[in-house]
Design a protein. Structure first.
Length: 437
């Protein structure tokens, strides 16, 4: 868009100059007529001398100081100081006049009259009709080619007035843009994520091969720059988009999708009828464009579902134990427990907003049991991961009698807690029975 504005600006400048030089051309024509005409006073003097044989002194009116000649000289100086190349051609294409920058570029000596100098056509033969084009110029002794925007306008006399504006910065910017687009295209071509960029008119401006592979849309059709609506309709036709309930809701969804993409808030998972899942993200781009990213996350979704299924299975296994069980992470946070743990201590960690840690759990256990030195050992066990040794002991609860507890270190700093009703050792029971006998 920057290049379009630049070219339009140059054309407007040239049009303004053209209007001024149109007036100059009229003054030039008036000047030529004035120089070719005989002054009225001299003609009358000759007529009087021929009729009467008496010589009379002609009276010539004073020439105004603000007549066409100073205006023509000033206009010529303006043209010579212009950074543009300006020249005029007759109806046969011969150059009849040129300003100083053109003459210097053509190698014509500055002392020569621009009206009579032999001026070569440095840009070659011009087009016979008014218009605008781009032309290159290779000068002797210079390796770099110069570029110009040439604007042609037809004068009322039938002659063609030409303007050549330097366009080297524009050419360099266009070349840099082409190189940048090629670099982006090569980079995007190796991405596994499909990319589709729609311009402000919602026509497809750029896409990569991954988009065609993921959506199964033909690259030839994508190269025709379809609109966003046509693109989404084609995805619906190829079953590469979630099936809508009806056509009306589908069109409403497209409008919502476009607005969300403009705000940069669009992100959805598309479960397809084929079993695949696409992650589609919409992001705004400069000049009103929007970009959509299509990522096949089927493998990730499948892995996530398997992981959740395994977690559910593990939880079911843990809930099958009669003993109250809890697992704490290396940082002391409770990461897993079973139903027996909830029933024993009356607290469900899964319903809490904040995660339960070992400090809070230890406080709960101490409040629910009679004082015991065992809890000091448990606190030391939790606070010193490198010096942990398995703890087996028995405590007495206020509500359920004695409890056997077990704290066991696990891999990577985690540890396991087990609580179950106390079961007396068979040997101890036998000894007690013999003593009573």
């Amino acid at each position: 868009m920057f290049f379009l504005n630049l070219s339009t600006g140059l054309f407007m400048v040239a049009t303004s100059v053209l209007s001024a030089l149109g007036a100059v051309a009229i003054l030039l024509a008036a000047g030529r007529k004035q120089r070719g005409a005989i002054q009225p006073s001299v003609a009358e003097d000759m007529e009087d001398k021929g009729q009467h044989g008496v010589e009379t002194i002609p009276t010539t009116p004073a020439t105004p100081t603000d007549g066409p000649a100073p205006a023509l000289a000033e206009t010529g100086e303006i043209c010579d100081l212009s950074p543009m190349l300006i020249w005029k051609e007759d109806e046969q294409g011969n150059i009849r006049w040129a300003n100083r920058p053109y003459r210097e570029m053509a190698g014509v000596p500055a002392a020569e009259n621009p009206q009579t100098a032999d001026l070569p056509a440095i840009f070659g033969k011009s087009e016979p009709q008014p218009g605008q084009s781009r032309a290159s110029l290779d000068l002797p002794g210079q390796k770099k080619t110069r570029w110009y925007e040439v604007i042609r306008a037809k004068m009322s006399t039938g002659e063609m007035l030409n303007f050549a504006l330097p366009a080297d910065p524009l050419i360099q910017a266009e070349e840099a843009l082409r190189n940048f687009v090629q670099t982006l295209t090569m980079t995007f071509s190796h991405l596994p994520i499909g990319l589709a960029i729609f311009d402000r008119n919602r026509q497809l401006a750029l896409f990569n091969p991954a988009l065609a592979n993921l959506t199964t849309l033909e690259p030839e059709w994508l190269s025709e720059r379809p609109t966003l609506y046509a693109f989404l309709d084609r995805l619906r036709e190829y079953r590469r988009i979630p099936e809508p309930k009806d056509y009306r809701s589908w069109r409403e969804r497209i409008v919502e999708l476009e607005k969300a993409a403009e705000d940069g808030t669009y992100e959805e998972h598309w479960p397809l009828p084929t079993g695949q899942t696409f992650k589609v993200t919409g992001r705004p781009h400069p000049e009103g464009a929007v970009a959509f990213l299509f990522e096949d996350i089927t493998a990730a979704i499948t892995l996530q579902r398997q992981f959740r299924s395994e977690l559910a299975l593990h939880q079911a296994v843990l809930d099958g134990f009669d003993a109250a069980l809890a697992v704490f992470a290396p940082n002391g946070d409770l990461v897993m427990n079973n139903d027996a743990f909830v029933a024993l201590w009356g607290v469900d960690p899964g319903e809490r907003l904040m995660c339960m840690d070992i400090t809070e759990a230890l406080s709960l256990w101490q409040r629910s049991c009679k004082p015991s030195i065992t809890w000091q050992r448990v606190a030391h066990f939790a606070a010193n991961p490198s010096a942990r040794r398995e703890i087996r002991d028995c405590v007495e609860s206020y509500h359920g009698g004695k409890l056997d507890l077990r704290f066991k270190p696990l891999a990577r700093g985690a540890f396991l807690c087990l609580f179950h009703p106390h079961v007396a050792n068979e040997v101890q029971e036998v000894e007690k029975s013999l003593a009573r006998a």
